[in-house]
Ligand binder design. Structure first.
Ligand code: ADP
Ligand code: MG
Length: 288
């Protein structure tokens, strides 16, 4: 039978907006030493917006936006939604793109008006950008922005920069965790310069340019060193959540993330993490 301490611990957690799925999860939470966080949608709101569009090779801004948004249309990635929204705000007419293909953690491809389009992270390009363009990318990334490149028939037609806001309580949540002796690590597929800018604001460690499978490897490594929880919101985060001692989903996360998780933060309150840990530690102390 479940000890009374566990039952009351679970009930207290629920009242504070943390859903913990059972006594084992509650106990394990009390032993967590590291928390790995997905960035987009977890530490940030996951609603980036377009901040800059820079065009090349005689391409017009509206043409670049029509191409990019038409190929991104239908993709569930937050960057895709932001590009489509921005194009619509600018009054650009979108059209159907054929052979759309999503490459997880990399970008999208498709055909638009008979031309092959690819949109991806600059780091995923087969050949290096010329120095002047690379410098523009670097400058944007150092502002914490994510830059994607738009290629038409292999030729660069635009850079699109986007920026996402930190969740209101992200900084406070990481501070609370640090006060509990918990080490935070942000895991992201985003570029190292943007990740560094964001990690500095949050005062946390980070690992950048990770593909979804690299996030799993990172979590396995962290978990071998110290009991690690993984907090995420997306389908792509589910494998890393499974590889951790405790997977924690954002309340507004995808169904897959919520199903995989051992615990969830209702109302996406990141500060619920420190509360969960304190409660679990207290419960563990009561059982012994
Ligand atoms: P995160 O870890 O921040 O959630 P992802 O792993 O989803 O990021 O994506 C990593 C990178 O791949 C993005 O920063 C972007 O450069 C590129 N990318 C992914 N999906 C898309 C897309 N639909 N359109 C353009 N670029 C994309
Ligand atoms: Mg995410």
């Amino acid at each position: 039978s479940t000890p009374a301490a566990i039952t009351s611990g679970l009930a207290a957690a629920t009242r504070r907006g943390a859903l913990i799925k059972g006594g084992l999860a509650l106990e394990q939470l009390g032993r967590i030493k590291t928390i790995a966080f997905d960035k987009t949608g977890t530490l940030t709101e996951g609603k980036p917006s377009v901040t800059d569009v820079v065009t090349f090779n005689g391409s017009e801004i509206n043409h670049s936006l029509a191409v990019a948004a038409s190929v991104e249309m239908g993709s569930h990635h937050p960057l895709a939604k932001a590009i489509v929204d921005y194009a619509e705000q600018q009054g650009v007419t979108l059209a159907h793109a054929d052979n759309r293909k999503t490459l997880a953690g990399v970008g999208v491809e498709g055909n638009f008006a008979g031309k092959k389009i690819s949109i991806s992270a600059p780091s995923k390009l087969e050949r290096a950008l010329d120095n002047r363009i690379q410098q523009q990318v670097t400058n944007l990334e150092e502002e914490g922005k994510t830059v994607v490149v738009v290629l038409e028939e292999g030729e660069l037609i635009a850079l699109i920069a986007l920026r996402d806001k930190l969740r209101d309580d992200a900084k406070a949540a990481l501070k609370d965790l640090a006060d509990l002796g918990i080490h935070g690590v942000m895991l992201t597929g985003d570029n190292a310069r943007a990740a560094a800018a964001i990690a500095a604001e949050l005062n946390t460690d980070y690992r950048a340019s990770l593909l979804p499978e690299d996030k799993v490897t990172a979590v396995i490594e962290l978990n071998q060193q110290q009991a690690t929880a993984m907090v995420g919101d997306g389908i792509n985060d589910a494998p890393a959540m499974k590889a951790s001692t405790i997977g924690i989903a954002m309340g507004s996360g995808t169904d897959v993330a919520l199903e995989t998780a051992d615990a969830a933060l209702t109302h996406n309150r990141l500060q619920g993490l420190a509360e969960m840990i304190r409660l679990s530690r207290a419960t563990n102390a009561n059982i012994r």
